[in-house]
Design a protein around this ligand. Structure first.
Ligand code: SF4
Length: 71
């Protein structure tokens, strides 16, 4: 059993501030868009601190996460 972090982006909340782009392998704002998109939905558990920081850094509180058990 492995644990992974599911990153959740509420695109209705996102205001396009771009703070999340510090993790550029996870988030992107496509050209011409005002809203971030997830490039990666599941990340390794050893990035938990980074994901927590992203969630608290988002001014629109659009980022959340949960830890999932994967087979
Ligand atoms: S930091 Fe939050 S509001 Fe800004 S682009 Fe990322 S998800 Fe959207």
């Amino acid at each position: 059993m492995t644990q992974k972090i599911e990153v959740i982006l509420d695109s209705k909340q996102c205001q396009g501030y771009g703070m999340c782009l510090m993790s550029e392998d996870i988030f992107e704002i496509p050209q011409g868009s005002q809203v971030a998109q997830l490039k990666l939905h599941m990340v390794d558990l050893d990035r938990e601190d980074e994901i927590k920081e992203l969630a608290s850094a988002c001014p629109a509180q659009a980022i959340s996460f949960r830890i999932l058990e994967t087979a």
